[in-house]
Design a protein around this ligand. Structure first.
Ligand SMILES: [Zn+2]
Length: 215
């Protein structure tokens, strides 16, 4: 199994994780780090990523590998192909869909198309790309449990929100890398963040361009 620093280095080289620069986030906060969530799966190194996730989960002997739409389910399918090849040829895969009809306050993920019957009574691994607040993972876990499946582990490429097993209500959470992203307010950034060190705001990622236009 490769180390966390190996994957941090890999994600850095791919431009999927940046550290030590100056970003403006969607809600106006500032910080040094950025996770380009939609980039991970677009590189051929995605094969290495799914293999890394597979090594994290095989000991748990899941019977079904699941993941929430969009990248969670795509990575879950990658992990699944690796898992049936190397560990358990009888395992099954199923995607978890966004429930576009969900009303306010209702979980926004759902198992349909008969997958609800497939997972009943089974041990499930849930794959995610990036854990931010853990919201979609928690709602996916809920959807699985509603159908009688048991989530035994959640595995992600990157945990950037210190998301814990307790928070998701599952027995275990693993990730290839943990990024402890500190989000500062603009004022805090001017006092002690990259603003205070005159590091230019990145305009290629996040909301730096809009931020500079209005200041
Ligand atoms: Zn700043």
């Amino acid at each position: 199994m490769k180390s966390e620093s190996y994957y941090l280095d890999l994600f850095g080289k791919l431009g999927a994780i940046f550290k030590g620069s100056h970003f403006v986030y969607s809600k106006g906060g500032h910080g040094e780090d950025y996770v380009a969530k939609d980039l991970f799966g677009t590189y051929p190194q995605a094969e290495e990523m799914v293999h890394g996730l597979c090594e994290e989960i095989f000991n748990f002997r899941p019977e079904i590998i699941c993941g929430p739409e969009l990248w969670g389910s795509l990575f879950a399918f990658g992990v699944y192909l690796d898992y049936i090849k190397h560990y358990d040829a009888s395992a099954r895969f199923c995607p978890i869909e966004k429930n576009h009809e969900a009303k306010d306050g209702e979980p926004s993920f759902i198992l349909r198309r008969g997958y609800d019957k497939l997972i009943k009574g089974k041990k499930i691994t849930l794959i995610e790309d990036v854990l931010n607040t853990g919201g979609s993972a928690a709602e996916s876990a809920w959807a699985v449990e509603q159908c009688g499946g048991k989530v035994i582990i959640v595995a992600a490429l990157c945990n950037r929100g210190k998301v814990t097993a307790e928070k998701l209500g599952v027995p275990a959470v693993v990730s290839l890398v943990n990024v402890d992203m500190e989000v500062l307010t603009e004022e805090e950034c001017k006092k002690r963040g990259p603003c205070s060190r005159n590091i230019p705001v990145r305009t290629d990622y996040g909301h730096g361009k809009q931020y500079l236009e209005k200041t």
